[in-house]
Design a protein around this ligand. Sequence first.
Ligand code: TRP
Length: 346
Amino acid sequence: MDTYSSTMGRSDALAADIATDPGSHTVLTGERPTGSLHLGHLFGTIRERVRLQNLGVRTMVVLADYQVITDRDAIGHVRQHVYDAALDNLAAGIDPEKSVIFTHSSVPALNQLLLPFLSLVTEAELHRNPTVKAELAASGRALSGLLLTYPVHQAADILFCKATVVPVGKDQLPHIEMARVIARRFRDRYGAVFEKPQALLTSAPAVPGLDGRKMSKSFGNAISLSMTPDETVAVVRRTPTDSDRDISYDPAARPGVSALLTIAGLCTGREPGAIAADIGGGGAGSLKDCVAESVNSLLAEHRRRRADMAADPDYVRSVLRHGNERANEIAEQTLSEVRAAMGTAY
Ligand code: TRP
């Protein structure tokens, strides 16, 4: 297993190579469509994928609908969540003429890669994955076969399009390592079909949620990109702070106040401490007004574009249909190379 620091070093070298030769790279990125996307997604990954797309890197965005059922029984309102995630990606600047945005469940040849890939890993390796362990613990459920094996499925997402670059946060590194191992073992057994992908570590700071923990839909502490300005004001106002009217940035002692300052800082490009100094003795009320205003002005354009696109439901459906067609062509091509390599082309 690679160490974190060697991954970091490779990630820096990769960033430099992308900048000099964007056309030689393919980026695969995406998310689980479990709810509306929030500020954490925007700062964590979406801005980076738009930047890569605009540099000229071939960009694939998977809306990983099969991953929704890794740690829960029911798939829920997945179709709505897929449309919402697609709208947020498009509003943030993903251009369906340049990038391929697609859903797992629409690409049979991608999913078929799971079979040979499963033969390339051991049960012990699957059980060792720290991200799977953490997700299992958080789910409070029995370990499903899909939760145990989803990193292999995620390797299929990455390898089917021969991605060279996967922009991720730290929690996804074990999965990228698994995809690299599978690419190498496949080559050793059957021949070179797959590129070895590399993690591009996003330098974006972790976005705190309104309670100071990581921003996450499941913690109920998120500011969704699609909220109205009034809804944004309302969630920000509900944030528990403290009774000290003097606003200061101190994440350990004042998690609520500091999370709000960090969010305002990210949205305005300012230091949280400087924002605190401006507010001074204005109390939590002025802090919250300032945060809501920063978020609302940052997202105004995004929300306007999103609303325009959402007004025509056929639009997002046609984007996904087109993306799924492209993803199917790519996956069919790769699967035929896999069949040839394995000697199963009849
Ligand atoms: N597991 C990722 C998440 O929870 C989503 C995802 C699915 C993904 N397939 C991927 C990320 C492939 C990167 C590459 O956010």
